[in-house]
Write a protein that binds this ligand. Structure first.
Ligand code: CP
Ligand code: NVA
Length: 301
C-alpha cells in the first residue's frame, strides 16, 4: 500500500480535508470532556525541526501524548542531519523506527526528498513554501465560529510567503475567493496563482481589498530565514499593517487570524490581537486538535 504524506493541502481530497476538520472538532470535544482516547499506543512520531517553533512542536508533542503515543524532538544541532548525513539516508533510518515523521525545514525539496525515501507518512511542519498544518487549524477555527468558508471572501494582507501560498491552496480546496494585498515584488508563488485561476486576485491597496471580506489574515513581514531583510521589509510593508480601523472596512461578520508569532506594531496593531473579531488564540489552540485528526488519519491506515 502506498504511504500517505501531508506535504501540502493538495495531498488530500476536498472530502478528506472536510473530514479532517470535522474530526478535529470531535477530538477537541473529547479532550475538553476529559475522555481518554489512545488509539496510537506504542506509536512514535519523529519531529525534525530545522527552524524554531513553539506551537508546532508543542501541539504535535501534546497531541501524540493524548493519543497514547510519543513524539521525539530532533534538532539538526544534535543529530547527524546537522553534520551532513544525506536526507535520503536519514529518511530510510528514521522511517524504520518511527510511525510518522514531521519536518520543519527551509527548502520544500527537502521534504519531498525525505518523503520519497520514507516508508512512513511525512508531515510538513512548515517549509519556505508552505505551512499546511496551520491551514487545517485556521479552517477548523473559521468553521467553528462562522460555518462553511465556501464562497466567502478571504483577504491576505502582507507578504506573499509560505502562509499566503498555503491560503492559495486552501482557496482551491475549500472553494473560497482570496484577495492577496501585498506590495509589488512580494507576490506569492506564480505557479500557485496560475493554478488557482479566478479564485485568487492580487491587489496592492489593503483598504481596497477589505470590501466584503469575511476573513482577514496576516503574518510576519520577515519569515524565518529572512532575518537580514527585516529592516528593509519593515519599510516596504509599513502601509500593510492590519489595524482595527482597516478591519472596520470589511464585512460586519469579519474575523481576523494570524498564525503567530505576532509582531505587534508591525504587521498587526496591538489592540487587534484581543479585539472581539480576533480568533488568534482559538486558532493557535486548534493546531492541537486539527493535527491530532491529521495524525489519526495518516496512521489509522
Ligand atoms: N504558527 C506556528 O507554526 O507557530 P510556531 O512557529 O510557534 O510553531
Ligand atoms: N511565515 C512565517 C510563519 C511562522 C509560523 C515563517 O515562515 O517564519
Amino acid at each position: 500500500m502506498t504511504v500517505r504524506h501531508f506535504l501540502s493541502l493538495m495531498d488530500c481530497s476536498q472530502a478528506e480535508l472536510a473530514g479532517l476538520l470535522k474530526r478535529g472538532i470531535e477530538l477537541k470535544d473529547l479532550h475538553r470532556r476529559g475522555v481518554v482516547y489512545e488509539p496510537l499506543k506504542n506509536r512514535v512520531l519523529g519531529m525534525i525541526f530545522e527552524k524554531a517553533s513553539t506551537r508546532t512542536r508543542v501541539s504535535f508533542e501534546a497531541g501524540m501524548v493524548h493519543l497514547g503515543g510519543q513524539a521525539i524532538f530532533l534538532s539538526p544541532r544534535d543529530t547527524q542531519l546537522g553534520r551532513g548525513e544525506p536526507v535520503e539516508d536519514s529518511a530510510r533510518v528514521l522511517s524504520s523506527m518511527c510511525d510518522a515523521v514531521m519536518i520543519r525545514t527551509f527548502a520544500h525539496a527537502t521534504l519531498e526528498t525525505f518523503a520519497a525515501y520514507s516508508r512512513v507518512p511525512v508531515i510538513n511542519g512548515l517549509s519556505d513554501d508552505l505551512h499546511p498544518c496551520q491551514l487545517l487549524a485556521d479552517m477548523q477555527t473559521y468553521l467553528e465560529h462562522r460555518g462553511s468558508i465556501k464562497d466567502k471572501a478571504v483577504v491576505w494582507v502582507g507578504d506573499g510567503n509560505n502562509m499566503c501560498n498555503t491560503y492559495i491552496q486552501a482557496a482551491i480546496q475549500f472553494e473560497f475567493q482570496l484577495r492577496v494585498a501585498c506590495p509589488e515584488g512580494y507576490d506569492p508563488d506564480p505557479a500557485l496563482l496560475e493554478q488557482a485561476g479566478d479564485r485568487v486576485s492580487i491587489v496592492r491597496d489593503p483598504r481596497e481589498a477589505m470590501a466584503g471580506a469575511h476573513l482577514v489574515c496576516t503574518d510576519v513581514w520577515a519569515s524565518m530565514g529572512q532575518e537580514e531583510e527585516a529592516r528593509e521589509r519593515r519599510k516596504t510593508f509599513a502601509p500593510y499593517q492590519v489595524t482595527s480601523q482597516l478591519l472596520d472596512l470589511a464585512d460586519e461578520s469579519v474575523v481576523f487570524m494570524h498564525c503567530l508569532p505576532a509582531h505587534r506594531g508591525e504587521e498587526v496593531c496591538a489592540e487587534l490581537m484581543d479585539d472581539p473579531r480576533s480568533l488568534v488564540w482559538d486558532q493557535a489552540e486548534n493546531r492541537l486538535h486539527a493535527q491530532k485528526a491529521l495524525i489519526e488519519f495518516l496512521l489509522a491506515v
